[in-house]
Design a protein around this ligand. Structure first.
Ligand code: GRF
Length: 203
């Protein structure tokens, strides 16, 4: 299945998906990596992996979010993309894109949704005294970080954790969860033996 990965920054989740797609039995192939930020380090990572990677700068569409999304949408369709994985894509989406790709767009978020939607999730989890934290892959709907859950991975919060320490341990789980969740979406009947990542998934 041809997918696109949308990024804004370093693209470590993108890299995890690239590695998964390199496995012969994985049900996705990456048709395109797109960024709203021409300086995203992840674009170079994608190009080094031999992938088509392109920036569509949102700053070329001042006060016109939908115009920017129409350009993204046209590019995605021209590339034959069927599913979109948002991976550290830091733009709020309008109903134009969420409607056009309803049921075909996934996002990864660094908390156990519905806890801590939005930014600074690790700081907020620590301030809140949360003992179980983690990450979520979910369907993208109109509301930010609101769509139905596809999979989650959980970790304990440890005494003495800082936001950075917590973020690093959650990120390890993000990199396991996203490929596993996408596999479940694209090939739900082809998971022969549960592995460690599957046991972390609540689908
Ligand atoms: C990840 O923590 C992701 O969950 C969040 O933004 C971060 C992106 O990191 N939405 P990367 O660009 O995938 O390294």
């Amino acid at each position: 299945t041809p997918i696109a990965i949308l990024i804004s920054g370093r693209g470590s989740n993108m890299r995890a998906l690239i590695e998964a797609c390199a496995q012969p039995d994985y049900p996705a192939r990456i048709a395109l990596v797109l960024s709203n930020n021409p300086d995203a380090p992840g674009l170079d990572v994608a190009r080094s992996a031999g992938l088509a990677a392109q920036a569509i700068d949102h700053r070329a569409y001042p006060r016109d979010r939908e115009g920017h999304e129409r350009a993204l949408d046209a590019t995605l369709r021209a590339a034959g993309v069927e599913y979109i994985c948002l991976a550290g894509y830091m733009r709020l989406l309008t109903p134009f894109l969420t409607t056009a790709w309803k049921g075909r767009m996934l996002n990864i978020h660094p908390s156990l949704l519905p806890a801590f939607p939005g930014l600074h999730t690790h700081e907020r989890a620590l301030e809140n005294g949360t003992r179980i934290h983690g990450c979520t892959v979910h369907w993208v709907t109109e509301g930010m970080d609101e769509g139905p859950v596809i999979g989650q991975a959980a970790i304990p919060v440890l005494d003495g954790d800082t936001p950075d320490m917590l973020a690093a341990r959650v990120l390890v789980q993000e990199h396991r969860l996203y490929p596993a969740a996408l596999r479940r979406v694209l090939a739900p009947a082809t998971i022969p033996v549960p592995d460690a990542a599957d046991s972390l998934l609540a689908v």
